[in-house]
Unconditional design. Structure first.
Length: 195
């Protein structure tokens, strides 16, 4: 390969810019990061619960906005939904104005708050653990000769450096038997194997 061909390949590969990550997100993923989404979901579920009467409850549906808010927004938003939904549900018992319903409603509200706060806590814990796990995904533009990897700023980094800066992996170096024979075969053949 001539020097001009080599320069043409280098200039061509350095011109290719990586695609921004935001273009890969779908619209519904972006919507899930809006706090208003969870307010609307919670309101619809509470309306469903209110319209179904005092004796029929759907407490399992209250888990949905709590999990989504804890997962996509922030921990305090999940806790806020956990307490807020239970308090609004308790206010339904007050509106229905039954002393038997009010007494059981308070107990149910305390149970709902404790369960929903626990679910928000577990969800937050899972999100933190998943964010700690760093995974390389997609296509890594790699030089076919030196195995360096091009980063998003079009800088070529050694594979070890690139991976160590983006994950918790660490590299140690050794020589495999094939490379030892290829590069040091003459020295290895002169050494006497131990008995």
């Amino acid at each position: 390969m001539s020097k001009s061909e080599s320069n043409a390949i280098v200039s061509y590969t350095s011109m290719a810019a990586p695609v921004p990550f935001n273009l890969y997100k779908n619209w519904y993923v972006r919507v899930l990061h809006w706090r208003l989404t969870y307010v609307v979901i919670a309101a619809l579920l509470l309306i469903l619960d209110y319209e179904s009467s005092a004796l029929i409850q759907f407490p399992i549906t209250f888990v949905i906005p709590v999990i989504l808010a804890s997962w996509f927004c922030a921990p305090h938003i999940g806790y806020l939904f956990a307490v807020g939904i239970a308090v609004v549900r308790l206010s339904f018992d007050i509106v229905w104005d039954s002393s038997a319903l009010l007494q059981s409603g308070i107990v149910n509200a305390l149970i709902n708050v404790s369960v929903l706060v626990f679910i928000a806590y577990i969800t937050n814990k899972a999100v933190r653990l998943m964010r700690e796990v760093k995974v390389l995904q997609g296509i890594l533009p790699t030089c076919c000769f030196c195995k360096k990897i091009r980063d998003k700023d079009n800088h070529w980094k050694a594979m070890e450096v690139y991976i160590e800066t983006r994950t918790d992996a660490q590299f140690s170096h050794g020589i495999c038997p094939d490379c030892a024979q290829l590069h040091y075969g003459d020295i290895l053949s002169k050494t006497v194997p131990p008995h």
